[in-house]
Design a protein around this ligand. Structure first.
Ligand code: GLU
Ligand code: ZN
Length: 495
C-alpha cells in the first residue's frame, strides 16, 4: 500500500513553528517510505481566513524547500485540495449519511438551542449538548419550521451505548464511552458549509490518506472521527498524534517564549536548514546521538516509531547554536547574498550595493561568518565599518583595572606602533608582539593596550578581531580614528 500523508493547515494565522514541525514530519515520513505528501487547505473557518496566511504557507514551505506532491497549485488526482472548493462534495456525503440513517436534519431555531443550553446549565443537568429533538420530529413540525424559513443543519447520530476506540501509534488504544462524545454534533451547517470534522474525515478518505500525523490537541476529536468513519462504513487511517511543543518552562510554546511564526525566524536571520534540522529534533530523535541532519538524511532516515511519546521542548538557545553552525558551513557567495539585505535595511548598503560596498562585503564575510548566530548579527558586527564612530565616555577606553592616564599612554604609544606597522607593511603577528611588549612596559594586561585601540577603531568594547577590523577599515580610516580618539581623550583629561 502506498503511503499517503497530508499537512492540512487552516489559514487562520501565520505558519507556526509547531505547524511546520507537523508538515516536516509528514513530508519526511512520505519520503522515507516512498509515499506521497499532500497539502490540503482547510479553510472552512471563513471568519479567521486570510489570503495572506495562504501565501505565508506557500512561502514557508518554499523557503524550507518542501515540495508537495499533490495539493493547491500543483493539483493532483483527488483535488481540489482547498476545502472551500469542495462544498458540493461535503453536501453530497452528508445527505448520504441521512439516507443511510446515520444522520438527520435538525430544524431547531437558534433561540430553542440557546434556551436548551440555559436550561441544562441551570438545572446542572448531567446531560449536556443537543437533546436530539429533531431525531423524532414530526412531519408537521418540520413543515412549520420550513415555513418559518429555517434552514436545517445535518447532525450525526452518536450512539448512546458502547465505546469507541481508536489506535494511536504512540499512545496506543484510546477509548471513550460514546455517551461522553458530545451528542449529535453538526456536520453540515445551515449555510451549507461543512464543519471541520465532516470535511476532515471525508477528505482524508477521498484523498486516500493512510496515516494521520497531527498535533496532539486533536486527540479529543479522535472518537468522533472514528464514529464518522464507521457511519460511512470506511476504514480510518492510522493515527499518530504528535507530542506537544513546549517552552522551557513546560508551558505550550507561545509568543511569551519568543518568536513562534516562521516569518519572524526568517526575518531575524535563521537559515532554513537550521530551522529544519532543529525543529525535526523537537519530539523526534534518530539514535539519541546524531544531531546534524541534512534534508536528504531526514528524507531517508525519518521513522515514525522514533517519535517521542513525551512533549518536546523548544530551546531557543539550542536553535541559535544550530544556526551559528549552519552559518559557518554556508558558502561565502551564498552568505553575501543573504547578508546584503540586512546591510541594506540598516542603511549601510545601497540597493544594489556599490562597488566599494561589495568589496567591503568580500572582506567582511569570512570574518563575521565565524561570529554570527543570526544573519541579523551582521549589522552590529559591522556598524563600525559603515558608520562614523563617536566617543562620549573616556571610561569606555579603559580595560578593567587599568586607569585612565595609563590608558591614554597605551593609546598614544599603541597608535605609533600601529602606524609604523601600516607604513612598513609589517605582518600583524609582529605588530601584535610589539603591542604586547608595550603592555608589559606599562605594567598592564594585554587588554589594557588592546581595549583602547579597539574602542578607538570601532566605538565598542566588543568587536571583530582587531587586525581584521583594521583591514576592513583601511589605513586612512584607521589613522583618522586613532587620531580622533586621542584628541577626544586629551580633551577629556585636560586640566
Ligand atoms: N486544519 C486542522 C489544523 O489546522 C488539521 C487537523 C488535522 O490535521 O486533522 O490543525
Ligand atoms: Zn433540532
Amino acid at each position: 500500500m502506498e503511503v499517503r500523508v497530508r499537512y492540512a493547515p487552516s489559514p487562520t494565522g501565520f505558519q507556526h513553528i509547531g505547524g511546520v514541525r507537523t508538515a516536516l514530519f509528514n513530508y519526511f515520513f512520505a519520503r522515507a517510505n516512498g509515499g506521497k505528501f499532500i497539502l490540503r487547505i482547510e479553510d472552512t473557518d471563513r471568519t479567521r481566513y486570510s489570503e495572506a496566511y495562504v501565501q505565508d504557507l506557500y512561502d514557508t514551505l518554499d523557503w524550507l524547500g518542501i515540495k508537495w506532491d499533490e495539493g493547491p497549485v500543483v493539483g493532483g488526482p483527488y483535488g481540489p485540495y482547498v476545502q472551500s472548493e469542495r462544498t458540493a462534495i461535503y453536501q453530497e456525503y452528508a445527505k448520504k449519511l441521512v439516507e443511510m440513517g446515520k444522520a438527520y436534519y435538525c430544524y431547531c431555531s437558534p433561540e430553542r438551542l440557546e434556551a436548551l443550553r440555559k436550561e441544562q446549565e441551570e438545572s446542572h443537568s448531567q446531560y449536556q449538548g443537543y437533546d436530539r429533538h429533531c431525531l423524532h420530529i414530526t412531519e408537521a413540525e418540520k413543515e412549520e419550521a420550513l415555513a418559518k424559513g429555517i434552514k436545517p443543519v445535518i447532525r450525526l447520530i452518536v450512539p448512546t451505548e458502547g465505546k469507541t476506540t481508536f489506535h494511536d501509534v504512540l499512545m496506543g488504544d484510546i477509548t471513550r464511552r460514546n455517551r461522553d462524545v458530545s451528542p449529535d454534533p453538526i456536520l453540515l451547517k445551515s449555510d451549507g458549509f461543512p464543519t471541520y470534522h465532516l470535511a476532515n474525515v471525508i477528505d482524508d478518505h477521498l484523498m486516500r490518506i493512510t496515516h494521520i500525523m497531527r498535533a496532539q490537541e486533536w486527540i479529543p476529536s479522535g472518537p468522533l472521527h472514528v464514529l464518522l468513519y464507521q457511519a460511512f462504513g470506511w476504514e480510518p487511517p492510522v493515527y499518530c498524534h504528535l507530542p506537544m511543543v513546549l517552552g522551557k518552562d513546560g508551558q505550550k510554546l507561545s509568543k511569551r517564549h519568543g518568536s513562534t511564526s516562521v516569518r519572524e525566524f526568517r526575518e531575524k536571520g535563521y537559515l532554513p536548514e537550521a530551522i529544519m534540522n532543529y525543529v525535526s529534533l523537537v519530539g523526534w530523535s534518530y539514535d539519541g546521538q546524531k544531531q546534524f541532519f541534512s534534508k536528504e538524511e531526514l528524507e531517508r532516515l525519518f521513522d515514525m516509531n522514533k517519535i517521542n511519546k513525551s512533549s518536546g521542548v523548544f530551546d531557543y538557545k539550542k536553535l541559535d547554536w544550530f544556526n551559528g553552525q549552519y552559518i559557518r558551513q554556508c558558502d561565502d557567495e551564498r552568505l553575501k547574498g543573504l547578508l546584503a539585505p540586512y546591510l541594506e535595511k540598516a542603511g549601510f548598503f545601497n540597493n544594489p550595493p556599490t562597488e566599494d560596498q561589495r568589496k567591503k562585503l568580500d572582506i567582511l564575510v569570512p570574518v563575521v561568518k565565524e561570529r554570527m548566530k543570526l544573519l541579523g548579527d551582521v549589522v552590529e558586527l559591522s556598524r563600525f565599518l559603515f558608520q562614523e564612530v563617536s566617543y562620549s565616555d573616556p571610561a569606555l577606553f579603559c580595560d578593567k583595572k587599568t586607569d585612565l592616564p595609563t590608558t591614554v599612554k597605551a593609546l598614544e604609544q599603541g597608535s605609533v606602533i600601529l602606524e609604523n606597522g601600516l607604513k612598513d607593511k609589517l605582518p600583524s603577528e609582529e605588530v601584535e608582539a610589539r603591542l604586547c611588549e608595550l603592555a608589559t612596559r606599562l605594567g598592564v594586561k594585554v587588554n589594557g593596550v588592546f581595549m583602547p585601540i579597539r574602542v578607538a577603531l570601532t566605538g565598542s568594547q566588543v568587536s571583530l578581531p582587531l587586525f581584521d577590523s583594521i583591514k576592513l577599515l583601511g589605513e586612512e580610516q584607521t589613522r583618522a580614528r586613532l587620531q580622533r580618539a586621542l584628541d577626544f581623550l586629551h580633551e577629556a583629561t585636560k586640566n
